[in-house]
Design a binder for this molecule. Structure first.
Ligand SMILES: *Cc1c(COP(=O)(O)O)cnc(C)c1O
Length: 400
């Protein structure tokens, strides 16, 4: 095997590209979609009702509302809680754009609190330092499926009478101190985007234990009208709907729910496959101080969802930086991602809210180091071995 980097004309470690993610969809999903296509009912209807009931059962939440994205779910949560102009929402910079953007969508100001070193979940002490009389909610993210320090966060929220919104986009399978994610705050939003642990292509779900909040979110999710369109044509006779609020168009279609119903049944099997991948990567990287994995061993009573496998590039030990390592690995035909670059450093937030480097040092440091390696249930031992071989080849070349 050539030591010359593919970047410099050498043979790549892999002849073909290993994608960063590939969804696991099977004949069950295909048959369910075909059934819906032939039924003539494509939009929100019986399949979505079933998916909601199944999902509520999985989380153990009394209410689950299917929506067309996690972003929509987070937006609805903020809107239904009455967060608006003049309000502040404390959130983490170590997240996807959506978690902060939805705060802007309701006219409020995101306030970024730094993360804990290690898990990169939001630091409760940093939240405490950023609560003001204008704070209206806390929006926390279970980063890569590691639960946030929810006992501390919920206690802080209770002391200030603030609702906690869980961004559980990475965290369907997560358990915190024996309790399921999705029931740890006032309301939670899940993502079924193509790369997430359960996929419907695009989609999401909101869970809450609060019946009034659930009602408000359901109404807001479909134009603010008083009942689901599909219920209008029942034996009860024609029932008019009423517009109660200027709601949104955030419903999930039956075509998408078909995937969700079967993905949910396979969820714990996929989780076990990803857990084995974490163990394989951890073992393979143990003697490589140049790339340190985000530790994913669960604390007592917890279960981590293992959504991604991020490593932190120790550039002090290398003659290149994170981007240099990524460029070289991509040339070896290894698909990669970055989860995440700190949101408060992106141009929109620095310009609009004056956020800047220095405000969240832990997140900023990670922001410059993170690379997510290929990680999906169908990855083979050979796939993992090829990633490790490419990583070693690149690190050997750049090592100081
Ligand atoms: C993917 C993601 C979202 C958005 O999910 P969509 O379903 O694509 O809207 C929100 N938050 C986090 C942390 C995510 O990773």
């Amino acid at each position: 095997m050539s030591d010359t980097l593919a970047l410099h004309g050498g043979a790549p470690v892999r002849a073909t590209q290993l994608p960063f993610h590939r969804p696991s969809l099977g004949p069950e999903e295909e048959a369910e979609v075909l059934d819906t296509l032939r039924s003539g009912w494509l939009t929100t209807g019986p399949k979505t009702k079933r998916f909601e009931a199944d999902f509520a059962g999985y989380i153990g939440a009394p209410h689950a509302i299917a929506v067309n994205s996690c972003t929509a779910g987070l937006h609805l949560a903020l809107a239904a809680l009455g967060v608006g102009p003049g309000d502040e929402v404390v959130t983490t910079p170590m997240t996807f754009a959506a978690s902060a953007n939805v705060v802007v969508h309701v006219g409020a100001t995101p306030v970024f609190a730094d993360c804990l070193p290690g898990t990169l979940t939001i630091d409760p002490k940093e939240i405490g330092r950023r609560i003001t009389p204008r704070t209206k909610a806390l929006l926390v993210v279970h980063y890569i499926g590691i639960p946030c320090a929810m006992d501390e966060i919920v206690a802080l929220a209770a002391a200030h009478r603030l609702p906690v919104i869980e961004d559980a986009a990475h965290a369907i399978e997560t358990v915190y101190r024996g309790r399921k994610v999705g029931r740890l705050g006032r309301v939670a939003a899940f993502s079924f985007y193509a790369t997430k642990n359960l996929t419907t292509g695009e989609g999401g779900m909101v869970t809450t234990e609060d019946p009034d909040l659930a009602d408000r979110i359901r109404i807001l999710s479909l134009h603010g009208i008083s009942r689901d369109a599909w219920k209008r044509y029942t034996s009860e006779g024609y029932r008019h709907y009423e517009i109660l609020e200027a709601g949104y168009k955030y419903n999930l279609s039956d075509l998408q729910s078909c995937l969700g119903i079967h993905q949910l049944r396979k969820l714990d099997g996929f989780w076990a496959q990803r857990q084995a991948l974490v163990a394989a990567y951890d073992a393979g990287l143990a003697d490589l101080p140049e790339l340190r994995p985000v530790p994913q061993a669960a604390a007592a009573g917890n279960r981590n969802a293992h959504h991604l496998y991020p490593v932190l590039v120790q550039h002090e030990r290398l003659k290149t930086d994170r981007d240099g390592v990524m460029t070289a690995l991509q040339a070896e035909n290894i698909g990669l991602g970055v989860h995440f670059r700190a949101v408060h450093l992106s141009p929109f937030y620095t310009r609009k809210f004056g956020t800047r480097r220095g405000q969240c040092p832990v997140a900023e440091d990670a922001s410059d180091r993170l690379i997510s390696l290929p990680f999906f249930p169908a990855m083979t031992r050979e796939d993992v071995a090829s990633v490790l071989e490419a990583v070693r080849k690149v690190v050997r070349y750049y090592r100081r």
